[in-house]
Design a protein around this ligand. Sequence first.
Ligand SMILES: Cc1cc2nc3c(=O)[nH]c(=O)nc-3n(C[C@H](O)[C@H](O)[C@H](O)COP(=O)(O)O)c2cc1C
Length: 192
Amino acid sequence: MPEKETMQKITLGAMPFMSVMPTLLVGANVRGKPNYMTAAWATVACMAPPMVCVAINKMRYTAKGIEENKTFSLNVPSVKQVVETDYCGLVSGAQEDKSKVFRSFYGKLKNAPLSEECPINIECRLFKSVDCGSHLLYIGEVVEIHADTECVTDGKPDITKINPIVYAQLTYFNIGKQVDRAFATGKKYTKK
Ligand SMILES: Cc1cc2nc3c(=O)[nH]c(=O)nc-3n(C[C@H](O)[C@H](O)[C@H](O)COP(=O)(O)O)c2cc1C
């Protein structure tokens, strides 16, 4: 029998770690004006009905807008918008008007601002908010996806065309090379 490979582990303590995260802009109208906030703590929450979620600190100006309208958007910027995206994470709408950082349009919900510049916009109706402590987890039912025509392949958003910003370790990355095919390569697995 081959010798078992040993890997040394150390404990790092409890922290809100996730390997890689998306870089998104949460859009919400606050007192009738669009506001965009950078968010990385976001993911898919449900398939049927389609839902996404984002963890937002209770202090954020954006939280006021979501509470006010019960709607929000998740806008997917491309690497081209990295400066504007980071700016929306450095500055609060409570201090500075961020309504002109992106050109806004509205979709089905009429009061969740969507960024024209971002290639993908996820329009959400608030389903539930979960108070986790410092952050509220806002779960939104997706009512529509708006997509730049040149970022779509076979009716689906295409990340090779969107060129989204990946966030990890206080750094923005773009997506790397394809490693293998999901829901497929596992078929090659042989039991040990
Ligand atoms: C890369 C990046 C990711 C961020 N992710 C989150 C997040 O997921 N949740 C959150 O509450 N704040 C997050 N922030 C901080 C907010 O974007 C920041 O406090 C912003 O100024 C809040 O804007 P607002 O007060 O206009 O809502 C992030 C900031 C950056 C730069």
